[in-house]
Design a protein around this ligand. Structure first.
Ligand code: CTP
Ligand code: MG
Length: 242
């Protein structure tokens, strides 16, 4: 019996409506609960498209995507979304306060839960330093915070929802390597039950992943751990060396 939050892609292909060429071809993998699956590959490889099939932002053209053993096409959208925390590649903050942005998706979260999420997301210090902390105003689009702060608030927002599946789309790119490392260590320590999927450009963000999928032109060309791929994957070696 597949466990809560397990994400399975089975021979998935995807073509954008109106496009001629498929963007994803023959994608199969299993992302297990309590583990981290990383997806790496050059720009345009199809990483964002792949993860967008999990919360059904798009539907697979063929093949199946399932979460917790249920085909996402048969799941009720609201309950599917309640179980998925997706930090988008371009995170969006809306006009309101830090707190209201963090509570988006789980209005009943307590202040303590917000601080716990901020601590993991490495956002605690800068929010505490704001004049009104959780009540500090945020402008529409988050223009009053830096790109790295916006990323961390967006990560904290996903954590507040306590999802079974946590997806980070290039979410660590605006962080310096030390903050990136602290954030990943905190995630490892505090988020032990979720299925974590990390799209990354930087190899340092994914060296500890339980499995790494190397994508090229809409296909998974290689897979393994960091040390396995260093031995077996020319594509991965090239990514590591650039
Ligand atoms: N694409 C498209 N229509 C969209 C989004 C993407 O036709 N609405 C195409 C892109 O032009 C690209 C391919 O789909 O050729 C894969 O895009 P994407 O999944 O966004 O690639 P990523 O691997 O996420 O690229 P990046 O690292 O730049 O984020
Ligand atoms: Mg992308």
């Amino acid at each position: 019996v597949p466990r809560t939050g397990e994400v399975v892609f089975d021979k998935v292909t995807f073509t954008y409506p109106g496009a001629e060429q498929p963007v994803l071809a023959d994608i199969s993998f299993t992302a297990r609960r309590g583990t981290t699956t990383a997806i790496i590959g050059s720009t345009g490889a199809g990483k964002t498209t792949l993860i967008s099939l999990i919360p059904r932002l798009h539907d697979a053209t063929s093949g199946t995507v399932s979460v917790g053993g249920v085909d996402v096409r048969e799941a009720q959208l609201e309950s599917l979304w309640a179980r998925i925390g997706l930090v988008p590649q371009r995170p969006y903050l809306f006009a309101g306060t830090v707190g209201s942005n963090l509570r988006y998706g789980r209005e009943e979260a307590t202040d303590e839960e917000l601080w716990d999420a901020l601590a993991i997301a490495q956002g605690e210090d800068f929010v505490r330093a704001m004049p009104e902390t959780l009540d500090s105003p945020i402008a529409q689009g988050g223009t009053t915070v830096s790109g790295g702060q916006r990323q961390r608030l967006s990560i904290a927002r996903a954590l507040v929802r306590q999802p079974d599946v946590l997806i980070f789309d290039d979410s660590f790119s605006a962080l310096d390597t030390a903050t990136d490392a602290r954030l990943r260590a905190a995630l490892d320590r505090e988020v032990t039950d979720a299925t974590v999927i990390v799209v990354a450009q930087r190899v340092s963000s994914i060296v500890d992943a339980d499995q790494i999928l190397v994508m090229e032109d809409g296909r998974i060309v290689d897979r393994g751990t960091h040390s396995e791929l260093l031995q077996t994957s020319p594509t991965y070696q090239e990514i590591v060396s650039t």
